[in-house]
Design a protein around this ligand. Structure first.
Ligand code: SF4
Ligand code: SF4
Length: 131
């Protein structure tokens, strides 16, 4: 396997990934053509920007090879994934919907550190109250 996500792309189908203002800025500044925020985002009922889906998958997924077209500057939430924060249980967990979630974050210390980063991201960049 070339990388952990090769030929998968499952998390990019019907994505509900929330974007921070910084995520949006990085994507717009990194793409050569004049992409507009409206092209790849929409505002959800909580007034947060989310990635837009086209034909059932993320705007940025190349469905033919299941690769992210903006991998190097993909949103922060996509970088953390499959690590997510469970608001109800108030803790981080590896999403069971990722079929290869055991291949990520093998080391517990790394997992704990990254969980802190997830929580900081939610609080500071998405203004989500997590406890
Ligand atoms: S993070 Fe998991 S679900 Fe997403 S593409 Fe990689 S292996 Fe698939
Ligand atoms: S930005 Fe890339 S990694 Fe994130 S959901 Fe879209 S295609 Fe997948």
């Amino acid at each position: 396997m070339r990388n952990k996500c090769e030929n998968c792309g499952k998390c990019c189908l019907e994505t509900e990934m929330i974007l921070s203002p910084q995520d949006i800025k990085i994507i717009i500044n990194s793409l050569p053509n004049n992409i507009r925020k409206e092209d790849f985002t929409f505002k959800n009922i909580n007034e947060q920007y989310q990635l837009r889906n086209i034909e059932g998958h993320c705007f940025f997924l190349d469905y033919s090879n299941k690769e992210c077209k903006i991998y190097k500057f993909r949103p922060q939430g996509c970088k953390f994934y499959p690590l997510i924060y469970d608001i109800n249980k108030k803790k981080c967990r590896l999403d069971e919907e990722c079929p290869r979630n055991n291949l990520f974050y093998k080391d517990n210390q790394t997992l704990r550190n990254e969980c802190q980063n997830v929580k900081m991201f939610l609080k500071n960049q998405l203004n989500i109250k997590i406890n």
